[in-house]
Design a protein around this ligand. Structure first.
Ligand SMILES: C[S@@+](CC[C@H](N)C(=O)[O-])C[C@H]1O[C@@H](n2cnc3c(N)ncnc32)[C@H](O)[C@@H]1O
Length: 347
């Protein structure tokens, strides 16, 4: 009897030990949640969710109250983004994702990052287990991608993708509602070599590394730190003074202000913004930039009623592809416009 009891005790001890071994540690659990939170942030970064409520920098998305492990989530998002083109190539090359897994592709990107370049070993979770099982296929896909690109290792491939920040020129768009470009050039030349962009009027090019964040012209809204691609949109739309224009997804307002400057403050710009906090930023910037012909609407641009007489004179719509619904918006927006107006879709 005593012997039987001893055997039973031994067996239950072994079971308990096994259970202990299987139970994830706090670190594993926290890494598991960080991967899911990072996937959510990555999804917002890459596509925006249907309501586009949290579009912004990685920091602003990660520092939202819903993210628990902010430091780990931030690091994961940054690292995954840095390696994203490689990760995408590898996943495509390995051809391992089912249709269901493709629906949560951001999580797959994050786990693949961890698997290839981050912390391996004890990744818990079903998606993780799946990718661990496919690790050999993923590794050999990576080797093929490296061979194809003609580089020896991942660092060389990342370097190939990156232009170091220090080599990128700085762009400043002069806000001609407040000052003229000659004046801005004279002021800026006191500190920097300044060139005028040959494509976008009133856009100035400064040397790499020039930090104008605290420059008086920027602080008082006489100039905006706006990149060349972003500055091309309003110019391509080419609104004339007196036009009525809709800026469909307006915050923080760089292009709204550029439209206002091109229209010399005359006519009307209806600036829609879905996100309440970003509406505030838009209001502040429009005020700072001195644009008095902007009517800000805290609204989804898709809800604008084409029959509303308020839009009868709209000549053009500036539509950002990051606007939620922009892919299907053309047909609907078309009704807002009289026959020979322009719509521009930004890329
Ligand atoms: C990339 S930012 C736009 C940048 C802006 N055009 C500029 O040049 O400063 C995208 C903005 O569109 C807003 N947004 C996204 N979908 C929208 C929609 N359907 N209606 C109105 N605003 C929307 C987001 O909240 C976000 O503030």
């Amino acid at each position: 009897m005593a012997r039987r009891k001893a055997i039973m005790a031994q067996k239950s001890g072994a079971k308990e030990r096994k259970r202990e071994e299987k139970r994830p540690s706090n670190a594993e659990r926290s890494a598991y949640f960080a991967r899911r939170e990072a996937a959510k942030v990555l999804r917002s970064m890459l596509q925006g969710d249907a309501r586009r409520r949290a579009v912004g920098s990685i920091k602003s998305l990660v520092y939202s109250p819903s993210i628990r492990n902010k430091k780990a989530t931030y690091a994961l998002v940054c690292q995954t983004l840095k390696h994203l083109s490689i990760i995408k190539d590898v996943i495509e090359e390995a051809n391992i994702l089912s249709a269901k897994q493709k629906k949560q592709k951001e999580l797959m990107y994050i786990i693949t990052y961890d698997l290839l370049f981050g912390q391996e070993g004890s990744l818990i979770g079903d998606a993780e287990k799946y990718l661990i099982l496919k690790k050999d296929a993923v590794q050999s896909a990576l080797s093929r991608v490296l061979r194809r690109k003609g580089v020896k290792n991942v660092e060389d491939l990342v370097a190939l993708d990156e232009i170091p920040d220090l080599q990128k020129p700085r762009y400043v768009r002069v806000n001609t509602l407040k000052i003229d470009t000659e004046f801005a050039i004279r002021e800026l030349r006191q500190q920097y070599a300044v060139q005028e962009d040959d494509l976008v009027p009133d856009l100035l090019i400064l040397p790499p590394g020039a930090d104008l964040h605290n420059h008086p012209l920027v602080v008082n809204g006489s100039a905006f730190l706006q990149g060349k691609a972003s500055s091309m949109s309003a110019v391509a739309l080419g609104p004339k003074p007196g036009w009525e224009v809709i800026d469909a997804c307006a915050a923080p307002g760089n292009k709204t202000l550029h439209l206002a400057a091109l229209m010399k403050g005359k006519g009307k710009i209806i600036a829609c913004e879905l996100n309440r906090e970003r509406v505030k930023r838009l209001q502040d910037n429009v005020k700072l930039g001195g644009a008095t012909n902007v009517k800000i609407k805290h609204e989804d641009f898709l809800n604008l009623d084409p029959k509303d007489p308020a839009y009868a004179k709209v000549r053009a719509i500036l539509l950002d592809p990051s606007c939620s619904g922009s892919g299907t918006a053309f047909e609907r927006l078309d009704h807002l416009l009289p026959s020979h107006s322009a719509v521009i879709m930004l890329t």
